[in-house]
Design a protein around this ligand. Structure first.
Ligand code: GLA
Length: 393
């Protein structure tokens, strides 16, 4: 959450930039994912929650038919565009998320008019906490309210996902945007990415807590590798369809079914598929572990997920493997894994709360020795998803 003084700073910036007062404020959070990685675009299951780090927008209509102006307070950069004939900008960075949301809302039937907006966020960038989904969902939520568009929360999530596909070029699943709009305080939720049915689970970790360790690395080919993984899953489905004609996505295949036709797939495609089908099952087992308060089992599922992402799906990197491996011999760390798309970003650790400071100190020192990088630790809490708020007086 942004400290209060940031709101008045945003408001003043709005006034300076646009010579008018903002009409409303919208907020959307980043997310964590307890388990279920690279399952969403395979129509599988995920277990995310929204966090206490958000992107906040202030918006107002500007009386123009189609001129829009958006200013990033953090970057001190702006973009001006017409609502007619939108297309992605080359090297547009954050601007493409803005253009994408405006374009996809209109494609979904929205009648937008000219608006001005400023935004600011505290979701760490490139940390795998979905700062881009927070940006998209905060703007979509703000425009939905400003123009009384009447989109449901789920529709705002899918519009935001399409902005990511068509304007950022990443063919992501629905998890990040869905978590950003549908999160609930102190809960994670199991989402069926095929039907979009979801069930909230209270996250009661007793004397344990979740701690994120940001490797502070971001490997540049992540977007390309992500789309490549998605294609490999589709290649697997196209082969498995011959044997199981009802198969639409890897969600429809069990580990036993996959293994029965292992030799019909290339070695790489088999490993990718094996990760997905096992990871889907791990989501179900994690939900059972949460319901039964079996934290050691939860921890061991986190390690299994990491090993599978690292060895079968190959979306980890040496820095993330180092951070996870470091915890394996520590009794009071029950589990750890890389989180999100991979190739950098954060690990998620289930640790005894009383040992947190000692843990951060020792793992930071070891990581600094190994890679010369100062990691960052975030103890996040789970919060409500995207919403509109009154501008503080
Ligand atoms: C990124 C994508 C999500 C999901 C995860 C991996 O965060 O945006 O849709 O695929 O990677 O689980």
């Amino acid at each position: 959450m942004l400290p209060l003084q940031h709101y008045s700073h945003m408001q003043q910036t709005f006034l300076q930039q646009f010579k008018a007062e903002p009409q409303l404020m919208s907020v959307a959070p980043g997310r964590i994912n307890l388990i279920g990685e690279h399952t969403d675009y395979n129509d599988g299951f995920v277990l995310p929650g929204a966090i206490d780090k958000c992107v906040t927008f202030m918006l107002a209509e500007n009386g123009e038919a189609d001129l829009c102006r958006v200013y990033s307070v953090d970057m001190n950069e702006s973009v001006e565009f017409s609502l007619q004939a939108l297309s992605p900008m080359e090297n547009g960075g954050w601007r493409n998320y803005i253009l994408g949301v405006a374009a996809e809302l209109q494609l979904a039937g929205a009648s937008l008019r000219g608006f001005d907006a400023t935004f600011k966020g505290d979701v760490p960038l490139g940390a795998g906490l979905s700062s881009s989904a927070a940006l998209e969902c905060a703007l979509a939520t703000g425009l939905n309210a400003l123009f009384d568009l009447g989109f449901s929360q789920v529709e705002l999530a899918t519009v935001s996902q399409m902005a990511e596909h068509h304007y950022a070029g990443v063919k992501c699943g629905i998890m990040d945007q869905f978590a950003s709009v549908m999160g609930k305080k102190d809960q994670v939720f199991r989402l069926d990415c095929r039907t979009l049915e979801y069930a909230h689970f209270p996250l009661d970790l007793q004397e344990y807590q979740l701690l994120l360790l940001d490797s502070c690395v971001e490997h540049s080919l992540a977007g390309t590798a992500y789309n490549e993984r998605r294609n490999q899953c589709e290649v697997g489905v196209n082969v498995l369809k011959h044997f199981y004609p009802e198969t639409l996505k890897l969600r429809d295949i069990s580990p036993e079914q996959l293994n029965a036709y292992k030799t019909t797939l290339s070695e790489v495609v088999y490993r990718r598929c094996l990760h997905v089908v096992n990871e889907n099952e791990r989501v179900q087992r994690t939900c059972e572990a949460l319901t039964a308060h079996e934290l050691p089992l939860l921890g061991s599922l986190l390690y299994q997920s990491h090993d599978s992402l690292s060895k079968l799906y190959e979306v980890s990197c040496p820095e993330l493997d180092f951070l996870v491996d470091y915890t394996r011999s520590i009794d009071w760390v029950l589990g750890a894994r890389m989180m999100g798309g991979g190739f950098g970003g954060c690990t998620l650790n289930l640790i005894l709360s009383s040992e947190k400071d000692r843990f951060v100190e020792s793992i930071s020192a070891a990581y600094l020795r190994e890679y010369g990088i100062q990691l960052k630790a975030y103890a996040v809490s789970l919060e409500d998803g995207a919403h509109v708020k009154p501008i503080p007086a």
